[in-house]
Design a protein around this ligand. Structure first.
Ligand SMILES: Nc1ncnc2c1ncn2[C@@H]1O[C@H](COP(=O)(O)OP(=O)(O)O)[C@@H](O)[C@H]1O
Ligand SMILES: CC(=O)OP(=O)(O)O
Ligand SMILES: [Mg+2]
Length: 401
């Protein structure tokens, strides 16, 4: 059995999974939230084939990422599985921004840490937290290799026409301004799982993956390679998200800076944390938004329309880029669980060969499933993503390499 610990360290949270890679199964997972705030929260869950699933919760102040790791180790010790009897052979870390530098999973050295730090300018919300997680994990697990797996890596196959912004070339080059794309680990996992479900080699398929979570992005995958994606230099561009605006005329910012006195920080906060469906409706969580829509809330209805209108526009654009669409795959929290979002996003596309089956779309399930009619030229699928398993696989492959 090869066990890998996967760490997804955010600015105020630490998510972890202990994974048996060959079995493709988590032995335990956990979430440590509100790091650095007065009321922290630790949740540890043991997944046991024999005893089923057990969850433990505690409320406690967690000052920093070092303390969060200590809590994680304590939880393994108190509730199992024991790390002595299931020692991780490596620790895999999600790192959001790898720039143009990192195209594959990379063994973390002091130099790699410095480079991740240098990339902070391109991901101020994500990379500092990812790095804090790596530093703390190295202290907790000094004797095993640590591997960084980058959200951007899968999109390094984008052609220049897709990743280049139409601004002054020299200025852009000097400041590394280009589109990088994110959620690559998920887009890669889902495109391969979709091909497997369809029983066709991924090399022969053209598909569109819609990763709709708190952050959301679309990806056109041709022959298993990312050829176009909706997030850009940062995870702000593209689809409407929980709290992020996605695409917007940049002149809106100039206008608000002039007429409403917004400075750089206020603009950043507005677009990243106060926009998206939250800004439109007061709800950031899709469950709450759909609930408000169902009780007739007008703002919630508009938010849902704006959210799905944008997805449909991207599906059309990517169909044009791909020339043919064999499959559309919905994934992540919203994509896997919201029939109304899937239905509205693909409404009116029958003329393009995309035909949803209403009953299949509404049926619940936890495995890969088809939600299009048998006659639909494009197969529409729901594919549960598993970024942690993908990180664990890539980590093990990097260690064995
Ligand atoms: N049953 C459901 N119906 C609709 N939306 C759901 C459901 N379950 C989860 N979601 C939505 O999924 C989103 C979170 O997705 P997730 O992939 O977990 O996000 P992230 O990993 O980016 O934090 C939230 O908006 C949540 O409301
Ligand atoms: C890159 C990104 O947007 O990640 P998340 O969806 O986890 O916020
Ligand atoms: Mg996610």
């Amino acid at each position: 059995m090869s066990v890998v610990l996967v760490v997804n360290s955010g600015s105020s949270s630490l998510k972890y999974q202990l994974i048996d890679v060959e079995a493709g199964r988590a032995l335990a997972n956990g979430l440590i939230e509100r790091i650095g705030q007065a009321e922290g929260h630790v949740q540890h869950r043991r997944e046991d084939a024999e005893h089923g699933r057990d969850t433990w919760d505690t409320d406690e102040e967690i000052p920093d990422h070092d303390a969060a790791f200590k809590h994680m180790l304590d939880a393994f010790e108190a509730h199992g599985p024991s790390l002595e009897s299931h020692p991780p052979v490596a620790v895999g870390h999600r790192v959001v921004q790898g720039g143009s530098r990192f195209v594959e999973p990379t063994v973390v050295t002091d130099r790699v840490k410095r480079e991740i730090e240098q990339l902070e300018e391109l991901a101020p919300l994500h990379n500092p937290a990812n790095l804090a997680g790596i530093v703390a994990a190295q202290q907790a697990f000094p004797d095993v290799p640590h591997i960084a797996v980058f959200d951007t890596a899968f999109h390094q196959t984008l052609p220049p026409a897709a990743y280049t912004y139409a601004i002054d070339r020299e200025l852009a080059a000097k400041h590394q301004v280009r589109r990088y794309g994110f959620h690559g680990t998920s887009h890669r996992f889902v495109s391969r799982a979709a091909a497997e479900f369809l029983g066709q080699p991924v090399e022969e398929l053209r598909m569109i993956v819609l990763h709709l979570g708190n952050g959301a992005s679309a990806c056109a995958v041709s022959g298993g390679r990312s050829v176009e994606t909706s997030m850009g230099m940062t995870p702000l561009e593209g689809l409407v998200m929980g709290t992020r605006s996605g695409d917007i005329d940049p002149a809106v910012l100039l206008h608000l800076q002039r007429v409403a006195g917004l400075d750089t920080d206020a603009t950043d906060k507005l677009l990243n944390s106060q926009s998206g469906v939250l800004g439109l409706s007061g709800h950031r969580d899709m469950r709450d938004l759909v609930g408000a829509f169902e009780s007739g809330d007008e703002a919630a209805t508009l938010a849902l329309e704006v959210y799905t209108h944008r997805i449909r526009a991207y599906v059309g654009a990517y169909a044009a880029q791909l020339g043919r669409v064999d499959a559309i795959a919905f994934t992540a929290g919203v994509g896997e669980n919201s029939p109304i979002v899937r239905e509205w996003s693909l409404a009116g596309l029958e003329g393009f060969g995309v035909e949803l089956d209403t009953d299949r779309n509404r049926a619940r399930g936890s495995d890969v499933r088809r939600i299009s009619t048998d006659a639909s030229r494009t197969a529409v699928l729901v594919v549960p993503t598993n970024e942690e398993l993908e990180i664990a696989r890539q980590t093990l492959a990097a260690v064995e390499h």
